[in-house]
Design a protein. Structure first.
Length: 257
């Protein structure tokens, strides 16, 4: 109904004299500012829990210029044990994106910051700096990340993890009436992880589920099944620790405003 009404209004405007059309037309804003808020039953990053399988509150803000350049910030609580005393993750990112018909291009950088990290072990401080490039066609996107720092602080004597990489293939499909289907597969390579005692250098993760815009309110419910190919690739900070990549159900509710 909204699409039909919008088409009728556009047809009516097109029939007006040119001067009237010019007066009614609204110029494209130079920039937009948008915020987001999400509450989740867990915080999963590339398939692995960041909160020891406990709930998370997340939110951020994005500034986008009409030229395609953007900057933003996103934040979430995390397990302080995993991140050496830091209770929060703060992501800062910026880049440029554009579209060519149904094709999209997105390039940028992102810095993962953990204030207070180093409390338990001064020699280890969690952080990560990545560059990314992504392309999309319709509802499907493919994005590649490359780390310029040790991967979230992982390193050892004479061993670094700079150059770790991640590939993200995702699809979001609108099926009507406010419902959508979400599918994701990711491939993580942590350079030299086996030399640091890890089970392997590579791991897969996946996410499959759906979303619902609650009665058109803008509040969106999400329900997903998430997991990894190696649940003990990373461990939780619980005592005793357990695999952080167990397959499990994830529920979210959020809104963009």
């Amino acid at each position: 109904m909204k699409t039909l009404l919008r088409s009728s209004l556009l047809f009516a405007v097109a029939a007006l004299p040119l001067a009237g059309h010019a007066q009614d037309a609204k110029p494209e804003p130079d920039f937009t500012l948008a915020g987001n808020l999400t509450i989740g039953s867990d915080y999963r990053f590339r398939g692995f829990t960041q909160t020891d399988y406990q709930p998370a509150i997340q939110g951020g803000i994005d500034f986008t210029h009409k030229s395609g350049f953007y900057v933003g910030n996103w934040n979430s609580n995390v397990s302080s044990g995993i991140y050496n005393g830091s209770p929060i993750e703060m992501d800062f990112y910026g880049g440029w994106k554009t579209t060519f018909d149904n094709f999209g291009l997105d390039v940028g950088v992102i810095y993962y910051y953990y204030p207070g990290t180093g409390e338990y072990n001064p020699d280890f401080k969690a952080k990560n700096f990545e560059a990314y490039i992504g392309g999309s066609y319709g509802p499907v996107s493919l994005k590649y990340f490359y780390s310029f720092t040790d991967f979230f602080g992982l390193k050892g004597p004479g061993i670094d993890t700079k150059g770790s990489q991640y590939l993200d293939l995702s699809g979001t499909f609108d099926v009507g009436s406010g419902f959508g289907i979400v599918a994701h597969a990711g491939y993580q390579k942590v350079k030299n992880y086996e030399k640091l005692g890890g089970p392997d250098n590579n791991v897969w993760d996946y996410k499959l589920g759906g979303t619902w815009d609650i009665l058109g309110s803008g509040w969106t419910l999400g329900a997903y099944w998430v997991g990894t190919s190696e649940k003990k690739f990373f461990m939780t900070a619980q005592n005793p620790p357990e695999g952080a990549g167990k397959s499990s159900f994830l529920a979210t509710i959020g809104k963009t405003f």
